[in-house]
Write a protein that binds this ligand. Structure first.
Ligand code: NDP
Ligand code: MG
Length: 393
């Protein structure tokens, strides 16, 4: 008897992670079927995906875009088009779905990702902002609904691969002493500090090693991405922030490491290509082909490491501060960052204003215990309003 195909939903299919996921899936038609895909407004890209991969459902979060897509696909299409936020939750939690790739960018990804968690799916988590803003609650729901959370962020996927399978019983009891979270340092690792004010969005999104969507590319340039990843690691692996060390590693070949009490340090290495963590999570616990070129260490020849400089990258300090303050402060940090990055991408504020706006927002908006979703969403909104006002000053 042949095994039933594993049904996959991709939230954020038109994005950088979404496209890489489609690439890996298309290498394994005997294993996976595409149940549903989603996007926001990019109708033409979605049309292409539907024509090439014939998912059962295509959801456009933007309702007007759903109507246009439906028209373009025509009545004979095998894909049913839906629109709006509720449809995102529907395709994330449908009974027929096995795995959900959560690859919407930003806080808007929280509710559909939570819907997948609450339906007990395999949740392949790229959307780090969802975990950053509601970490405690998110992990509680994962346990309560027996969902399987598989990290896609390359660092967290690397850590996941370097940990023993029974790590949820507690890292200390497994002999883990430290997590070494690596980061390339982005395009401005060595730029003189007096030139930071003149950085343009075009320079900021040109990452030296990774090809990614615009928001995470700017986050990498400010190193807020590493700050968000620090928070992500604390929640995913239940470790205090003191046990997570950020290590600059400009080649992006080691994707993170785990240190043990016998002095061993395990590292996961590979090309900087997101298809590796995506294939790791899709195939887990088995290994499947990803399409990524083999790593040639002779060609790489050098692996360098350095400490991260919080003067150059104040967002790292702000992320550590948000963890210390706890509760909804992490949602406030995340929301202020989203607003500031959008504003920078729209050429409205200077690069150095991003960290300043986040810091002011964290000082102006009161945080609360984050034990209920309503409070988190309220504080997220308050932070957005505050940060927006600051960008207009
Ligand atoms: P992209 O900007 O490339 O793609 C974002 C996706 O989200 C698109 O499909 C977009 O649809 C959709 N989207 C945007 N806004 C909304 C909305 N309001 N409602 C519903 N859908 C929306 O981002 P990335 O693929 O780079 O990143 C996705 C997530 O993965 C982020 O959280 C990022 O931090 C994380 N990540 C990404 C990595 C990478 O290499 N790119 C690495 C590690 C983590 P549309 O095209 O229609 O706008
Ligand atoms: Mg990462």
């Amino acid at each position: 008897m042949t095994e039933a195909l594993h049904q996959v939903t991709i939230l954020g299919a038109t994005g950088s992670i979404g496209q890489s996921t489609l690439d890996v899936l298309s290498r394994h038609p005997e294993k996976f079927a595409l149940f549903a895909v989603s996007a926001n407004t990019h109708v033409d890209k979605m049309l292409e995906i539907c024509q090439q991969h014939t998912p059962r459902y295509a959801v456009m979060a933007d309702i007007a875009s759903a109507e246009i897509l439906s028209e373009k696909l025509g009545a004979k299409s095998q894909t049913t088009v839906l629109g709006g936020a509720a449809a995102l939750q529907q395709i994330a939690s449908d009974d027929e779905v096995d795995s959900v790739m959560a690859a919407i960018v930003g806080a808007v990804g929280l509710m559909p990702t939570l819907a997948a968690v609450r339906a007990g799916k395999h949740v392949l988590l790229a959307n780090k902002e969802a975990l950053v803003m509601a970490g405690d609650l998110f992990m509680q729901e994962v346990r309560q609904h027996n969902a399987l959370l598989l990290p896609i962020d390359s660092e967290h996927n690397a850590i996941f691969q370097c940990l023993p399978a029974d790590y949820p019983q507690g890292l200390k009891s497994k002999g883990v002493t430290r997590i070494l979270l690596t980061g390339s340092g982005g395009p401005f690792r060595q730029l003189p500090l007096d030139q930071f004010d003149a950085i343009t969005p075009e320079q900021a999104i040109a990452h030296p090693n990774w090809s990614m969507g615009p928001k995470i590319s700017v986050d990498s340039a400010t190193m807020m991405n590493k700050g968000l990843e620090l928070i992500e690691a604390c929640f995913l692996f239940d470790v205090p922030q003191q046990d997570v060390e950020i290590v600059l590693h400009p080649q992006s070949i080691i994707h993170s490491m785990v240190a043990y009490n016998d002095g061993s340090v395990l590292a996961q290495m590979g090309q900087p290509d997101m298809r590796t963590p995506i294939a790791n999570a899709l195939g887990w616990p088995e290994r499947i082909v990803s399409g990524v070129e083999p790593l040639n260490l002779i060609e790489v020849s050098q692996l360098n490491f350095a400490a991260a400089d919080e003067k150059r990258f104040p967002c790292l300090r702000l992320a550590r501060q948000a963890i210390q303050r706890g509760g909804s402060c992490m949602a406030i940090l995340n929301a202020a960052n989203e607003v500031a990055v959008q504003s920078f991408l729209a050429h409205k504020i200077a690069f150095t204003r991003i960290a300043e706006i986040i810091e002011s927002t964290m000082n102006m908006v009161e945080s609360h215990r984050a034990d209920n979703l309503q409070i988190i969403l309220q504080d997220d909104q308050a932070a957005r309003a505050c940060a927006t006002a600051l960008t207009e000053q």
